[in-house]
Design a protein around this ligand. Structure first.
Ligand code: M6R
Length: 587
């Protein structure tokens, strides 16, 4: 169930009279083939890896062992070389290139070499010496009813089952057993036994925390007959975006209610600037957010790449609003950037899909997109849910600031409510999109161009295609083509132009003519009542006409299907593309 978070090697240790460990470079199915069918045990740890230190080889797969101790770890131990040197002097041999192996040896050392300690005490001693990020689960052969765990800057959640307890980096791991969970906070460590869960804070004080019930169910995290999670998630969008806006829109009054932002109207009126922080797809959503906040709420908005922002010198005075967009709520760069902006005193709103994720504890308020679990590595339904969240927040702020009228807000609200039905129409045109995808699946390069609100759609279309089909794809603001990229356009380059009507429509038509003049094949995404476009484009993929500001949601669904079918035609690993992982919890 966790394979989407890393899939270059995998392993397990179970206690079956003694610790038995199996690991392999490859997927879970390869591990399954390795493990004896009759394996038994009352306790175990497992791991599916996304390599950071050390290549994806069997010796680097987790669990890592030290005599009677076995450890799995997510994160990065920054001082592992120093620890390795010290442990080598104590006679420990290293068999992998990973940073994790030092945890296993250090744990063994701390349990045995400085007086005898139990597993829990040994881990408590060990984490004091670790610099970096970790979620750790550890077993010791001498304590066959215990798993010790610890967390810092890497997610860890406990599941309380009827027949046992669980620790995992994501609730999807144990959804088939329980939906009752306890989220572990940074710096906490603890001990799981069949009938007990003990958690201690940094100071060693016992923590008592109520369990929560997660809304997600097992069906939501399974494929439900679809060939891939990505296809299922694309098809879920009529429902997922409905869940994003449910209970928040009043068509009659032209208002959006988002109580969970906890912003005072007076503070909203005073806002002059917002900074959106995100990575990848969430960053692309952020670009749309910028345009919406500026148009609908008259708030100057910057969009920052989290990995850059955290090392820059932002000029912030503390009165700005920070909006962190992260589907998983666990992206290390986004979390670090948010901490940096909070240090200036900025108020942070998180837009996330995962209840209880780390960002929800870092931010001052949280907007949950409620799109349900997304397992495919390529973000699809969570992207459109983020777009809808941004429409809602922009209208909400704009109404309070008096930038948009009730009537204008009503038009948008009516439009938002129509989106689920319109997405369904796009999904119904799957066959045309597939035909187009198959026709160009052998191309080496693709360009995606759009202007204004369609620029982030172009960026996201390109990211989706390169991520799952391995075709080189560039997303460009269409007006930028002539400043360089036009040199790459030949008759072998499909150019996808997002050409919905609005005040930049004529301009994108000119850009289409520019690339046509260089013999490119143009695939246009256009509204179903636009007959003009056929004069210029080679292929037209249709979306229903919508409110001008809302078409990015519909165009994005077309481009998701285009990527999906291209990758499918190329027999790519759609849900688990090479080199990637769903949550990037390391820097
Ligand atoms: O969980 P996040 O939204 O913070 O993730 C950010 C990116 O890693 C993510 O959007 C990535 O670009 C997706 N795989 C794209 O499909």
């Amino acid at each position: 169930m966790l394979e989407y978070r890393g899939y270059d090697s995998a392993g397990v240790t179970v206690f079956n009279g003694s610790l038995e460990t199996y690991k392999i470079a490859g997927r879970i199915k390869d591990l399954e083939a390795l493990i004896p069918e009759n394996i038994e045990g009352n306790i175990g740890i497992g791991h599916t890896r996304w390599a950071t230190h050390g290549r994806p080889e069997t010796k680097n797969a987790h669990p890592h062992l030290s005599s009677n101790v076995s450890v799995v770890h997510n994160g990065i131990i920054e001082n592992y070389l120093e620890l390795k040197e010290r442990l080598s002097l104590h006679g420990y041999d290293f068999h992998s290139d990973t940073d994790t192996e030092v945890i296993a040896h250090l744990l063994h050392y701390n349990m045995n070499c400085n007086g005898t300690r139990c597993l829990f005490e040994g881990l408590a001693e060990t984490v004091k010496e670790l610099h970096g990020s970790y979620a750790i689960a550890a077993l010791c052969e001498d304590e066959p009813d215990s798993i010790a765990f610890a967390r810092k800057d890497s997610p860890l959640v406990i599941g309380i089952g009827k027949e046992g307890n669980y620790a995992a980096s994501d609730v999807t791991a144990f959804l088939r057993h329980t939906r009752e969970v306890i989220y572990i906070d940074d710096g906490e460590i603890g001990l799981l036994k069949p009938g007990s869960i003990e958690i201690f804070d940094k100071a060693g004080i016992k923590v008592s925390r109520n369990a929560q019930i997660v809304e997600w169910n097992l069906e939501a995290a399974e494929k439900a007959g679809y060939e891939h999670f990505m296809l299922k998630e694309i098809h879920e969008q009529p429902t997922s975006i409905q869940n994003t806006f449910a209970g928040k829109l009043s068509e009659l009054e032209g208002t959006v209610t988002i109580d969970e932002l906890y912003l005072e109207p007076e503070d909203i009126k005073k806002l002059r600037r917002a900074t959106i922080i995100a990575c990848g797809t969430s960053w692309n959503a952020g670009i749309l957010g910028k345009y919406l906040f500026e148009k609908l709420a008259a708030i100057h908005t910057d969009v920052e790449t989290a990995s850059e922002f955290r090392y820059s010198n932002p000029v912030l005075c503390g009165e700005e609003l920070t909006i962190a967009i992260t589907q998983s709520g666990e992206t290390a760069d986004t979390l670090a950037a948010v901490r940096s902006s909070s240090s200036y005193g900025c108020r942070t709103i998180a837009i996330t899909n995962v209840v209880g994720s780390t960002i929800t504890r870092e931010a001052d308020s949280v907007f949950y997109t409620r799109a349900g679990p997304e397992i495919g590595v390529a973000a699809t339904k969570t992207f459109t849910a983020q777009l809808v969240a941004l429409y809602l927040i922009a209208i909400y702020l704009g109404r309070i600031r008096g930038v948009i009228s009730a009537n204008d807000a009503k038009d948008l609200i009516v439009g938002i409510k129509r989106l689920p039905g319109q997405i369904q129409k796009v999904l119904n045109s799957n066959d045309e999109i597939k035909e187009c995808a198959v026709r160009f699946a052998d191309k080496r390069d693709y360009f995606f161009i759009g202007r204004y609100l369609n620029y982030p759609v172009a960026l996201e279309g390109a990211l989706k295609l390169k991520e799952i089909s391995y075709i080189h794809a560039e997303g460009y603001a269409a007006g930028e083509l002539k400043h360089g990229p036009l040199a790459l356009i030949t008759e072998e380059t499909p150019v996808v132009a997002i050409a919905t009507r609005g005040h930049t429509y004529d301009k994108i038509l000119s850009n289409i003519k520019e690339v046509k003049a260089r013999n490119a094949t143009v695939i246009a995404v256009a509204e179903d009542d636009d007959s003009e476009i056929e004069k210029y484009a080679d292929v037209v993929l249709r979306i229903p006409s919508s409110h001008e500001l809302l078409s990015p949601v519909l165009s994005s669904v077309v481009l998701q299907l285009l990527s999906y079918h291209t990758a499918h035609a190329k027999y790519c690993s759609i849900d688990k593309p090479r080199n990637l992982a769903k949550s990037v919890t390391v820097e």
